[in-house]
Design a protein around this ligand. Structure first.
Ligand SMILES: NC(=O)c1ccc[n+]([C@@H]2O[C@H](COP(=O)([O-])OP(=O)(O)OC[C@H]3O[C@@H](n4cnc5c(N)ncnc54)[C@H](OP(=O)(O)O)[C@@H]3O)[C@@H](O)[C@H]2O)c1
Length: 287
């Protein structure tokens, strides 16, 4: 939608002084020269100026049908954004009514040539792509798939890109080598391609209601009390090797709130946000 402004310019016709004063309020300040204030305001004609509309925010959630991704889609819809999702299965099994307001794309991030259309007109991306398996599978899904997405987004002129990565788990990093190496490779690519608009969230365990088929698993039963205890145990988190075991869990609604804000707020600082940063930002009031 294009908005129109009318601009009044120089004219020979006279206007009453009162009208002149009112017109000046919304425009440039008057000269303090009293002679000039007394001069009648002169208008020759009204000129129409076409001003481009403000850009509309379109958010693409990669993995919008997953556990974290579906909460991000809901948060973004509640904030009035246009929301699209991309995943291998598209809409998948989600039956909730909010899902009717998401534009669902089907695509595989390991085949980047097929992704271009989903990124059309997108202003910000949030990636929730990740998973487990053999070391090479974990590297592909956490690393390669996200690196492909970051490159397509950069080529398409996307302004902001948020990546849901993961906290360091100390000893567990050796057991899940492909997972962490993939995450860190994707992080490096993001910081290179999006130095000003790239945000990396590193949560530990994320709790909330997870859909498994037609069942809803209330993971908050464990996560919520653990978060309460561990958020006050920050010094333990700094212990070598075992410290990461004390990373407090975080609710999926907090992760969703912070990621949508990071994707849409132009002054949200780029870079890595650890679990304590996620907790802090999630308590900030949204604009
Ligand atoms: N859940 C946690 O406690 C936790 C903790 C720390 C970090 N994280 C990170 O947070 C992110 C989201 O986790 P989550 O628990 O929400 O995972 P999830 O439910 O398994 O969601 C993963 C999403 O990725 C999509 N996907 C997987 N491979 C794909 C591919 N090749 N191309 C396109 N889409 C693909 C899946 O949809 P399709 O199967 O339809 O493709 C799904 O929507 C992950 O990066 C995870 O590592 C999670």
């Amino acid at each position: 939608m294009s908005s129109t402004l009318s601009r009044l310019i120089h004219s020979r016709s006279s206007f009453p002084k009162l009208y002149t004063m009112a017109a000046s309020r919304g425009g440039r300040p008057f000269s303090t020269d009293s002679n000039k204030i007394d001069e009648p305001f002169k208008v020759e004609e009204a000129e129409t100026v076409n001003v481009p509309p403000p850009p509309t925010e379109k958010l693409l959630v990669l993995g919008g049908n997953g556990f974290v991704g579906s909460h991000i889609c809901q948060e973004a819809l509640n904030r009035g954004l246009t929301v699209a999702s991309l995943s291998r299965s598209g809409r998948s099994s989600i039956r909730d009514s909010w899902a009717n307001n998401v534009i669902w794309h089907q695509g595989n991030l390991l085949s980047p040539d097929s992704l271009s259309e989903a990124f059309d007109g997108v202003t910000a991306v949030i990636s929730c792509i990740g998973g487990f398996g053999s070391n090479s599978q974990m590297y592909k899904i956490n690393g390669t798939a996200n690196i492909n997405a970051i490159r397509v987004a950069s080529d398409k002129g996307v302004k902001r890109f948020v990546y849901i990565s993961a906290a360091d788990f100390g000893l567990a990093n050796y057991l899940l080598q492909g997972y962490y190496e993939g995450k860190r490779a994707a992080e490096t690519e993001l910081l290179t391609k999006f130095p000003y608009g790239g945000v990396i969230l590193r949560p530990g365990f994320i709790y909330g209601t997870r859909h498994v088929g037609s069942m809803k698993l209330p993971l908050g039963i464990i996560g919520s009390p653990l978060e309460m205890v561990l958020q006050h145990a920050k010094p333990l988190h700094q212990l070598p090797l075992v410290g990461p075991l004390f990373t407090p869990p975080v609710s999926v609604t907090s992760v969703a709130r912070v990621s949508v804000r990071a994707a849409t707020d132009p002054v949200f600082p780029p870079g890595i946000i650890d679990i304590y940063g996620i907790q802090r930002y999630s308590q900030h009031k949204s604009k």
